[in-house]
Design a protein around this ligand. Structure first.
Ligand SMILES: Cc1cc2nc3c(=O)[nH]c(=O)nc-3n(C[C@H](O)[C@H](O)[C@H](O)COP(=O)(O)OP(=O)(O)OC[C@H]3O[C@@H](n4cnc5c(N)ncnc54)[C@H](O)[C@@H]3O)c2cc1C
Length: 388
């Protein structure tokens, strides 16, 4: 088994790192923290257009739709480099919706949406959750009535994060009101500027914004229906498998900063790094980060072998997000009481980053399916256990 990157991959990573060093500004990093690493803010749009011009936003897509015909391994490596540099990570159009359009969208839809996505010009927002439909997504009931050449939409979504900065809604709506719940859902692409859409903020404990979205007689042309009508649950599950991939380096830099802090901070006449308990905790985190990295690259390997990651995505998501929480807990212990001070406070160690990431690492175990739901998937699809 070969755990290394090929020469051309290692060379590319050097190139990506140099590009990031050249192009990233403090304003972009600040915006990324404020938006919870979603893509769509003005600084990120400027940066991503330049990255996309090199083909690095969607390298695995076919050239005719704006890709480089490269491997998924390359995509994963670039995403992880971006995560390390504290750049946007959550690209709904490029990484969740786009791959499903490539696989199951009409040719007209591919030509309309894939090239501008690959150029970094447009972003989508995920439109699944409703007040009564979170873990149980089949219960969603925003209504899409078939009116001949268009659908008429009415209802409410909640926790739809990108909607205030994105251009389109990747919306799951009910198009059949009889029969099994999961067989009456369709996915459609809705222009977020359509009359009748109201977006209201919901601020999370991480401090960044998600949204409630209200649909009031919104018209969506039929050409924006993704794939077949009433097959939306299948597309939604596929897109979720793509969504549950968390670059492990999102918390690697923070971990390295905590290690440096332990090395440099003297308490009771000796560096913290000599404290046996702190050394044990830091070593444990190093092991878990490495395991997280292997679970992550396994997904790229599977995609390159034309296998679709499923319970493996759940394993990676639950492990990466829970390691992130343990890194933040470790950081809080290493920093002691000062660790609770926020960004901007002159006494805050590591510029308040541990405090910030401590809060944001909590919500990451909720979105894209909670840790309990991921473990259910692993139990059922991975281990073949009966449904709970
Ligand atoms: C910050 C943030 C951003 C989000 N962004 C988006 C977005 O952009 N688009 C979008 O559509 N949604 C988004 N979501 C919604 C998210 O996917 C849901 O919150 C999540 O799936 C859980 O649904 P719920 O909140 O309705 O909780 P519920 O489903 O009501 O779950 C409540 C609790 O019960 C547990 N539970 C539920 N069912 C089971 C079960 N069968 N077995 C064991 N335990 C169970 C859950 O694990 C959880 O602990 C976001 C959520 C957050 C917090």
């Amino acid at each position: 088994m070969d755990f290394g990157f090929r020469k051309e991959e290692a060379d590319l990573i050097k190139e990506v790192r140099a590009f990031i060093r050249e192009e990233v500004t403090p304003e972009l990093v600040e915006e990324t923290h404020e938006l919870g690493a979603v893509f769509g803010g003005p600084e990120a749009r400027k940066f991503i257009k330049k990255l996309a011009a090199k083909g690095w936003l969607t390298p695995a897509w076919p050239r005719e739709y704006g890709g480089l015909d490269a491997s998924e391994m390359i995509t994963y490596m670039i995403r992880d480099e971006m995560a390390y540099a504290e750049l946007p990570l959550y690209f709904v159009a490029a990484y969740n919706a786009g791959p499903m359009i490539l696989r199951d969208g009409s040719e007209e839809m591919k030509r309309e949406f894939l090239p501008p996505i690959a150029r970094g010009e447009i972003e989508f927002a995920l439109g699944y959750t409703e007040p009564q439909a979170g873990s149980d997504l089949a219960a969603l009931n925003i209504r899409a009535e078939d009116r001949g050449d268009h659908f008429l939409l009415n209802g409410q979504k909640t926790f739809n994060t990108h909607t205030h900065v994105a251009d389109y809604h990747w919306l799951a709506a009910r198009t059949n009101f009889d029969g099994p719940k999961h067989k009456g859902i369709s996915i459609m692409i809705v222009d977020l500027k359509s009359p009748g859409i109201t977006i209201r903020p919901l601020i999370t404990m991480a401090g960044w914004r998600t949204n409630e979205v209200y649909y009031d007689d919104v018209i969506v042309p039929k050409k924006n229906l993704m794939g077949e009508k009433n097959r939306g649950f299948y597309y939604l599950m596929g897109a979720l498998d793509f969504e549950r991939m968390f670059p492990p380096s999102a918390y690697k830099k923070l971990f390295e900063e905590i290690v440096d802090y332990a090395r440099e901070t003297i308490v009771n006449g000796q560096p913290l790094s000599k404290d046996p308990l702190i050394r044990q905790r830091l070593a444990q985190m190093a092991i878990e980060l490495e395991a997280s990295r292997l679970l992550y690259y396994q997904l790229a390997y599977m995609l390159d072998k034309e296998m679709i990651p499923n319970y493996q995505s759940s394993m990676e998501k639950v492990f990466a997000t829970e390691v992130a929480q343990r890194i933040c807990n470790t950081g809080m212990e290493v920093l002691g009481l000062y660790g609770q001070l926020k960004k901007g406070d002159k006494w805050a160690p590591l510029a308040g980053k541990v405090e910030f990431f401590y809060r944001s690492s909590v919500v990451e175990t909720i979105y894209a399916g909670t840790s309990e739901i991921q473990r259910n998937i692993i139990a059922e699809r991975g281990l073949g256990l009966p449904r709970g």
